[in-house]
Write a new protein. Structure first.
Length: 71
């Protein structure tokens, strides 16, 4: 029983999906910067981009904290 607990603690929290989360965060940030720099602004797209970026930045921060063992 103790060996199983130690094996569970030693497993990595990194998964292949984590790279996609970081890539999506960067793509959303680039898109939001382009939207803010456009001459004709679309307020709905800017708001949606802000909310999406906030969600993905939070998700990325929690994910990295999980990698570091801070959670």
């Amino acid at each position: 029983m103790f060996l199983a607990e130690e094996a569970a603690k030693a497993t990595s929290t990194f998964s292949g999906f984590d790279i996609f989360v970081i890539l999506f965060t960067v793509v959303i940030a680039i898109g939001l910067i382009r939207l803010l720099g456009a001459k004709k602004k679309n307020p709905f797209a800017i708001g949606f981009g802000l909310v999406s970026l906030a969600v993905f930045v939070t998700l990325s921060a929690v994910m990295v904290m999980g990698w570091m063992g801070k959670l």
